[in-house]
Write a protein that binds this ligand. Structure first.
Ligand code: HEC
Length: 155
C-alpha cells in the first residue's frame, strides 16, 4: 500500500514538473529574456538603424514610392506596420530580404541577413523590435500570429 501511494505521489510529482516546464517554455516564447532583447538592440543599432532610424522611426516619406517605384525603409515603431506581421514572416523578411513586388527594379531594397546573422540573432532583433510597439500591438501580433511562429532553427 505504501509503495503504491509512493508511486502515485511520484507520478503526480512528475506530471507537475512537466506542466511547470511547459508553462516556463510557453512564457519564454511569449516574453524573451532581457539578454535576448539587449543582443537584439545592439544588432539593430549596428545593422538596421542606418536605414530604419535610431528609434525605429523609418525614413521620412516612407509610404511614398520614389522614381524607381521603390519604398524607403519603413518605421518599426507604432506608426509603422511591422507589428502586423507574424514572427514567421518577420523572420523570413530579415533572413531572405524583401522588395515590394511593385518595384520596377529587381534589387532587394531590404537586404538579406542570412549570411550576416545567425537564426538566434535574427530572433533577438525581432524581440527588440517588439519592445518598440504598444502593449496592444504586441498582444494583437501574438494572438494573430500564433500559428506562424519562428522556424525551428530559431527556437
Ligand atoms: C539598406 C537599408 C536597409 C537596412 C540596412 C535594413 N533594412 Fe529593413 N527594410 C528596408 C526597406 C527599404 C524595406 C521596405 C521594402 C519594401 O517594402 O519594398 C525594409 C523592410 C523591412 C521589414 C518589413 C517591414 C514591414 O512593415 O513590412 C522588416 C521587418 C525589416 N526591414 C527589418 C530590418 C532589420 C531587423 C534590419 C537589420 C538587421 C534591417 N531591416 C535593415 C531597408 C533596410
Amino acid at each position: 500500500m505504501l509503495m503504491r501511494s509512493l508511486l502515485i505521489a511520484t507520478v503526480i510529482g512528475l506530471l507537475g514538473a512537466a506542466a511547470q516546464a511547459h508553462a516556463a517554455g510557453g512564457a519564454r516564447a511569449a516574453s524573451p529574456s532581457q539578454q535576448e532583447i539587449d543582443t537584439g538592440r545592439l544588432i539593430y543599432q549596428q545593422q538596421c538603424a542606418a536605414c530604419h532610424g535610431v528609434k525605429g522611426e523609418g525614413k521620412p516619406g516612407w509610404e511614398k514610392r520614389d522614381a524607381l517605384g521603390e519604398l524607403p525603409p519603413p518605421p518599426h515603431d507604432p506608426t509603422g506596420h511591422t507589428w502586423k506581421h507574424a514572427d514567421a514572416m518577420l523572420y523570413k523578411t530579415i533572413r531572405d530580404g524583401w522588395r515590394d513586388p511593385f518595384n520596377k527594379t529587381k534589387r532587394l531594397t531590404m537586404p538579406a541577413y542570412k549570411d550576416t546573422l545567425s537564426p538566434h540573432e535574427i530572433r533577438s532583433v525581432i524581440s527588440y523590435l517588439k519592445t518598440l510597439w504598444t502593449p496592444e500591438q504586441r498582444r494583437i501580433q501574438r494572438e494573430e500570429g500564433k500559428r506562424h511562429l519562428f522556424p525551428p532553427e530559431a527556437r
